[in-house]
Design a protein around this ligand. Sequence first.
Ligand code: NAD
Length: 469
Amino acid sequence: MSVFETVPEGTGLAVHNPATGALIATVRDYAPAEIAAIIDAADAARPAWAAETAKARAAVLRRWYALIMERQEELAALITAECGKPLAEARGEVAYGASFIEWFAEEAKRAYGETVPTFAVGKRVLTIKQPVGTCAAITPWNFPIAMITRKVGPALAAGCSIVVKPAEATPLSALALETLAREAGVPADLFRVTPSNDPAGVGALFCHHPKVRKLSFTGSTRVGKILMAQAAENVTRLSLELGGNAPFIVFDDADLDAAADGLMASKFRNAGQTCVCANRVLVQDSVHDAFVERLRAKVAALVVGDGAAPGTTIGPLINAAAVEKVESLVGDALAGGATALMGGHRSDVGASFFEPTVLAGVNPQMAIATSEIFGPVVPLIRFKDEDQAVRIANDTPFGLAAYFFARDLGRVWRVMEALEYGMVGVNDGIISTEVAPFGGIKQSGLGREGSRHGLDEYLELKYCLMGGI
Ligand code: NAD
């Protein structure tokens, strides 16, 4: 069985392989007016689903989880084809994405209310948690499965319905998720995926449709701000997972081998196109050269190529415009006095590829250190002491993820507390897991995904007062 339906070439949304430029498929392009009717249907399907027990909903979600894992290989190939990441990473994303469905299926069984010690004789105070209602979601291309399951898993588990507009570049794995959900027994109208070539029109619809009670968005801070302004009209509840500018700090007491490994994992996953990727690498003066030596050996071992080819560790960027952006940031840094220790150019593998690059002598004011690079580039910034490192790290409007490597226990605590970020990796470069709350502060967003907190994003807390007792 095919996991998504196609339409004739030229009549819908065309999906291309970023590694080769080849057309993979054309899928239906939903206009906002069609999506409005789909929202109405989702809203109509919701009460019956919400009336089920959490245990009954969990049974359906567990079947969905199992089907995704059964089709892991096929879904991974789809992710690699439409988003470019190496197959091994795509397999990892399928498992990571599925884990949110399994997690929230269980977590919803524990959406406890509470009884509160009373404030007056003859009265009782209690709270219950109830599903928010019909939800909408808009997701990016860099994790085409996981960014959807982090929203749809808790929404369905909580008793909500949800309509998802995936990124234009990566609707295929999203549609495959929808097919498998249906096969698992998720009612057809309850969860819909609606690819569209009119993202602004769909964003406005999600914010203005009276039946949408909550919008969850993952993407750029620029679009997040547009949605936040639009959401004001209906006071639509919002979750925003936006851009980052993660500092990665190597202190003089760090295990330098572990730090180099941590940086490789944090920086080069998905060719540097993750919101939590190390964006600025701050290294203390006294260990700078020793750290860079270790890093060079590891970067030299990266293999650039089509993500579907065996052995590839760095796939393409999502499109040629992404390569141009990275090229211009690198060019600006070099013009400002930075040096390319490795790479620095487009790769000759193809139009969407950029060489793994290490730049030394970057200063914190350069564009490459103040904007999201979204490419395989390590900008190295030197610092003298702990205060200076923390100051540079926090000097940004973003606050998603930060990382540091150090062994002194006092320093570990001080820096962990001082970093103004939603997530901090200490002596580790990979922080994403379904058991922990993922999310940012400042202009990196609102709300959390994963963990028990991720369920609360889809629940309303109702307070009930009982008198006459
Ligand atoms: P983007 O903001 O351009 O697009 C994200 C989604 O928004 C897409 O589905 C797109 O179609 C849609 N969109 C575009 N314009 C819109 C509009 N005017 N109204 C409504 N929707 C609109 O981002 P992108 O380039 O696809 O993804 C990369 C960005 O996402 C980076 O900034 C990255 O940091 C961020 N991101 C954040 C997280 C997180 O959890 N914080 C995770 C992954 C990616």
